[in-house]
Design a protein around this ligand. Structure first.
Ligand SMILES: *[C@@H]1O[C@H](CO)[C@@H](O)[C@H](O)[C@H]1NC(C)=O
Ligand SMILES: [Zn+2]
Length: 410
């Protein structure tokens, strides 16, 4: 078979498009402004560990296949349906036996919430992908897993809520200008994945762990987008896989693990510094631990890629996805002291450092806003941010009491 006429030009065309894309992308990473950082919405009481609308419902045992797990999943789904109705919600389900299930199949349910530019075919959208696992450990009984990973899940909820209106505004403006079809640059979407079954039931092995992520990576790798789509599979449309894990203890130590995403790691580090300079972070640092991002002054080629930390990114990494692994793991002291309750300090709500949890949520919000190029569409003052919040709450018809309380206080 010979190719039809004209096909011979395509490589040349793709190269020039690639170069154009590269130039545009370079330009596009304009920093968001100080004004935007200063006015970024805050979680306020939503991270309260007893009554907070976002975090407290997750701080329960939620072992895969149990009622606790179903309740937390429902909490995520309700949040998107009520507060962020423009998001698509999808479940990806699988089952597996586990070393403690006595031959029975346990269900694992991943939840994917996504937003695409309204004009774009889903197969043409590259997505910033923000990920945390929501299951908790089978043992010890009653294990909560606040940093592992209830708090990261709540951070993602807050971040998506904080950029939602700006995404709408940006896309409406692009549509009004007819600025929607030509450039690849703008077929840019975002998704959040709440993964199930990260934890081992008995002892960590390649089959007793990562139940949800193994299933999702396999599924997305084999699912093929419609012909002529920009991306062949949902897996290949992940522009960056940002995995949050073990976040919520004070003075986190975040290393950079992959040279190809070190630039994105540095973006986070730079945003941390800007927030501190602007006095917008609540957590403090000291001279022995001036930054969360230990490798921020390293060059890309100094990052030694090692596959030491086994986590939900692995099934994606193995398939060539770009990974940014944001996990609190100090090179000499390891995971935070509450990790898996192993040192007698429980990983529960009481042991979270709430200033740090809030700061993380701001950092992730800013990172996502920058990635989605939302400068000019985000609130520029606290007052504007508050008004937007009230509007959203009214629309969703929820939290009326909270709204009244705030009005009384302000
Ligand atoms: C996956 O599981 C969820 C939660 O149990 C359920 O609501 C959903 O319908 C399931 N989806 C499919 C495609 O089976
Ligand atoms: Zn864990």
């Amino acid at each position: 078979m010979s190719p039809p006429n004209g096909v011979g030009f395509r490589p040349l065309l793709s190269i020039s498009i690639a170069i154009l894309y590269f130039l545009l992308a370079g330009q596009a990473y304009d920093e968001i402004s100080d004004g935007t950082l200063n006015a970024l919405p805050r979680p306020n009481n939503d991270f309260d560990i007893h009554h907070g609308a976002l975090l407290s419902p997750i701080l329960i045992p939620r072992v895969s296949g149990t009622p606790g797990s179903a309740a937390v999943l429902q909490h995520f789904a309700d949040f998107f349906r009520n507060s962020l109705p423009s998001w698509n919600i999808e479940f990806q389900n699988s089952t597996s036996t586990t070393p403690v299930s006595k031959g029975k199949e346990v269900p694992f349910v991943n939840l994917i919430a996504s937003r695409n530019p309204p004009w774009a075919a889903p197969g043409d959208v590259g997505r910033l992908t923000l990920v945390a696992h929501y299951d908790s450990k089978y043992s010890p009984e009653g294990f909560i897993g606040a940093i592992d990973s209830a708090a990261p899940c709540a951070m993602l909820m807050h971040a998506m809520r904080s950029i939602d209106a700006a995404l709408t505004k940006k896309w409406e403006k692009m549509q009004a200008k007819g600025d929607t079809d030509s450039s690849w640059e703008e077929q840019k979407g975002i998704q959040v994945i709440f993964l199930d079954g990260e934890e081992a039931f008995k002892a960590w092995t390649s089959t007793d762990s990562l139940y949800g992520s193994r299933s999702l990576a396999e599924h997305w790798d084999s699912q093929v987008n419609p012909a002529m789509s920009t991306y062949k599979t949902p897996l290949s449309s992940i522009s960056l896989f940002v995995l949050l894990d073990l976040l919520g203890s004070k003075d986190p130590s975040i290393q950079s693990y992959f040279s190809t995403t070190h630039w994105a790691y540095k973006k986070l580090a730079h945003l941390e510094k800007r927030f501190r300079d602007l006095k917008q972070f609540k957590s403090s640092t000291d001279s022995s631990h001036p930054t969360w991002f230990l490798d921020s002054s390293k060059m890309e080629h100094d990052i030694s890629t090692f596959l030491g930390i086994q986590d939900d990114h692995l099934p994606f990494l193995e398939r060539g996805v770009e990974i940014l692994h944001v996990i609190d793991a100090h090179p000499s002291t390891g995971f935070p002291v509450v990790w898996h309750d192993e040192k007698g300090v429980p990983d529960d709500g009481e042991h979270l450092d709430l200033a740090t949890v809030e700061d993380w949520s701001m950092l992730i919000t800013a990172f996502a806003a920058e990635w989605m190029e939302l400068e000019g569409f985000m609130p520029q003052s606290r007052r504007e941010a508050k008004d937007a919040e009230h509007k959203r709450e009214k629309r969703s018809g929820k939290n009326v009491d909270r709204l009244n309380m705030k009005t009384e206080l302000s």
